[in-house]
Design a protein around this ligand. Sequence first.
Ligand code: NAI
Ligand code: UGA
Length: 435
Amino acid sequence: MKIAVVGTGYVGLVTGTCFSETGNQVVCVDVNEEKIKGLQNGVMPIYEPGLDVLFNRNVEEGRLKFTTSLKEGIEGAETIFLALPTPPGEDGSADLKYILKVADDLGKLMTQYAVIVDKSTVPVGTAELVSAAISRNATVDFDVVSNPEFLREGVAVEDFMKPDRVVVGTGSERAKKVMERLYAPLVRQGNPIIFMDERSAEMTKYAANAFLAMKITFMNEIANLCEKTGANVDHIRRGIGTDSRIGKRFLFAGIGYGGSCFPKDVQALAKTSADYAYDFRLLNAVMEVNKDQKRKLLPHLLAYFGGDLKDKTIAVWGLAFKPYTDDIREAPALENIRELLDLGAKVTAYDPEGMPNTKALLPGVTYCHTAYAALDDADALMIFTEWPQFRTPEFEKVSALLKNKVIFDGRNLYEPEHMKELGFAYFSIGRETVS
Ligand SMILES: NC(=O)C1=CN([C@@H]2O[C@H](COP(=O)(O)OP(=O)(O)OC[C@H]3O[C@@H](n4cnc5c(N)ncnc54)[C@H](O)[C@@H]3O)[C@@H](O)[C@H]2O)C=CC1
Ligand SMILES: O=C(O)[C@H]1O[C@H](OP(=O)(O)OP(=O)(O)OC[C@H]2O[C@@H](n3ccc(=O)[nH]c3=O)[C@H](O)[C@@H]2O)[C@H](O)[C@@H](O)[C@@H]1O
C-alpha cells in the first residue's frame, strides 16, 4: 500500500518507519525543511531505541522517503496519516490549526479516493471538522478515520509493532477494509483491532491518558500520606499491584508526571468537559496534585540548607521527562532547575540523552559529560529521571565527590535502609526520610 504521513514528529516518524517495515511504500511530509533535508540524508532527529535500525533499512531499500511537498507526498496514497501537533491553546483546549490547515490543503490537492487517518490526539468532533475542511474544495471521494496512537516514548517501536490494541473510529465500510489490511501484520500478534464510531475513538485516547495520569497521581497522593503515617509506598504498590483488577503498571510514585502528552491531554479533556458544561472534578484534582508533586523535593532541600541556596551547587541527575528519551517537554527536572537558579543556586547536570535539548532552554546550567562529573564539589544531589545507570552508582565515589552526603531522589531509586547504612541523608517519595 502507498501511505503518506504528514508531520515527522515523534508519532509521524514512528508511524512512517514502522509501516514501511511492514512492506508499505511510505512518504513522510513535513513543513520543516531542515528536518526533511536531514532525514533525506539519513539523520534521525529524535532518540528512540530501535527506530534508527528500521529507519536505515527501509530508507536503503527504498520504502521510506521524505519530502516537504504535500502534493508529491500524497500522490497515489491510499491512506494519508495526519501526525500533526495539537498543542494546548490559550484556554487549554487542543489547538487544531495544524490539522485543519492540512485538511484544507488536502481538499485542494487530492486527485483520488483516500482514507485520511487522524493519528494526532484530538478532541471529540474533530473528524467531522476535518471532513468539513476537506469537503470545501474536494473533487474526489474520501473518508476520515480516527486512529489514535497509544505508543510510549522510549519503547515506541515495540508499542507500535506489537500494540495492545488498535482503535479505529469510522462509519465507512470501505475505510474499515483499508485499515484492516494496513494493520493486519501488527494485530496478527493476537491483539484486537477495535472498531467504533469516530467520536468514541477520539474520546478513547483522552480517557486512556487521563486514566493513566490519574493512576500515577493516586499513588503520589498515597505516597504523600505514607510520609505522614510512616508507611512505605513501595510496599503499598506491591500490595495493591498484585490485585489483577488494579494491575502492576503505572503505580510508581515520584516527582509527578511530565512529557508532551499527559499534561496537555488531561488539560484538554477538562476543557472538553467544561465546553459541555460538565464539571469533571477528578481531572481538576489530578492537575492540581501533579502541579504540587513536581515541586515536592524543594522544601526538603531548602530546609536542609537552612532556607538559603545562595552559593550552593546542586547536582542534577536526569533531565528528560523519563528514561530512554531525549524529550524534555514538561519534564519535572526543568521546573525544579529554574526554581533552583531563581533561588541563587548553581546547577550542574547530567542526562545521557536530554542535555542537547535542555542547553537551548537553560543555558545557565553547567552540563557535564558523566554523572560523576556533575557531583564534583556539589553540595547535594537531586535525581529527576530513573535512567538505569543512576540505579547502582558507586556510592563511595558519590560521597567522595559531594560536599555533603545528601540525596534528594524524585524516583525512589535507592532503599532508605541502605542509604542509612552508607551514612547518607536521603529524601525520597512516600518512604522514610533518612536524615
Ligand atoms: N509524542 C508522543 O509520544 C505521542 C504523541 N501523540 C499525539 O500525536 C500528535 C503529534 O505529536 P508529536 O509527534 O509528538 O508532535 P511533534 O510536535 O513532535 O511533531 C509534529 C511535526 O509536524 C510538523 N508540522 C507542523 N505543521 C505541518 C504541516 N502543515 N505539514 C506538515 N508537517 C507539519 C512539525 O514540523 C513537526 O515536525 C499530537 O497530537 C500528540 O498528542 C500521540 C501518542 C504519542
Ligand atoms: O499520548 C501520548 O503521547 C502517550 O502518553 C504516554 O506516554 P509517554 O508520555 O511517552 O510516557 P509514559 O511512560 O506514559 O510516562 C509519562 C509520565 O508519567 C510518569 N510515570 C509513569 C509511570 C509511573 O508509574 N509513574 C510515573 O510517574 C513518567 O515518569 C512520565 O513523566 C502514554 O503512556 C502513551 O500510551 C501515550 O500514547
